[in-house]
Design a binder for this molecule. Sequence first.
Ligand code: ATP
Length: 203
Amino acid sequence: PPFAIGLTGGIGSGKSTVADMFAARGATIVDTDVIAHAMTAPHGPAMADIVRAFGPGFADASGAMDRARMRALVFADAGAKARLEAILHPRIRDAALAAGAAASGSYVIYAVPLLIESGTWRARVTRVLAVDCAEEVQIARVMARNNLPEAQVRAIMATQVSRAQRLAAADDVIVNNAGIAELTAQVERLHADYLHMCRKFAG
Ligand code: ATP
């Protein structure tokens, strides 16, 4: 389907929860986190380039990326981070767009955590949907889900674009500060809007 939504939001804002709700209503979800993981799984499509760029020590015995070693490297070395992203991001984007083009749902939602940061995604989606969440709520949910201390959650959030930047780039916003019922109601409203828009979009 040509009508495509880019779904984004900060860590723990509720992207996956929202994506599941749209999927239950007939949208096709293409999750770039899932594709990213497959790229660096045992002998995944990005592994040959990663070994060529970083050395065989960055693959483990199964042929998957040694995630702990790579995490330590890119944390310490911005150049290495850029090289890894140059290998992964175009492949992830192309694989995601191919999956979306083959989708059978009424429309496609690309779940892209770094959509605002990446730039090249914006031109490839019809609308950007941001899940917004108050920082205190976001921190509490990630602490509970991942069993992480508050400081570590804040450190991850500090590497992401600000809430204000994300909201400024969004066409549609879901506010996820309350419960599941409030979230469901917003998804239902937007899904109805999107179905309407894709009918107009199709002609
Ligand atoms: P990540 O960026 O880490 O992939 P995400 O944006 O996909 O996260 P979710 O995994 O959907 O976020 O949500 C984060 C956590 O908060 C999960 O444990 C989820 O079950 C919980 N959660 C999300 N929305 C709500 C809500 N409205 N009420 C209660 N819990 C929620």
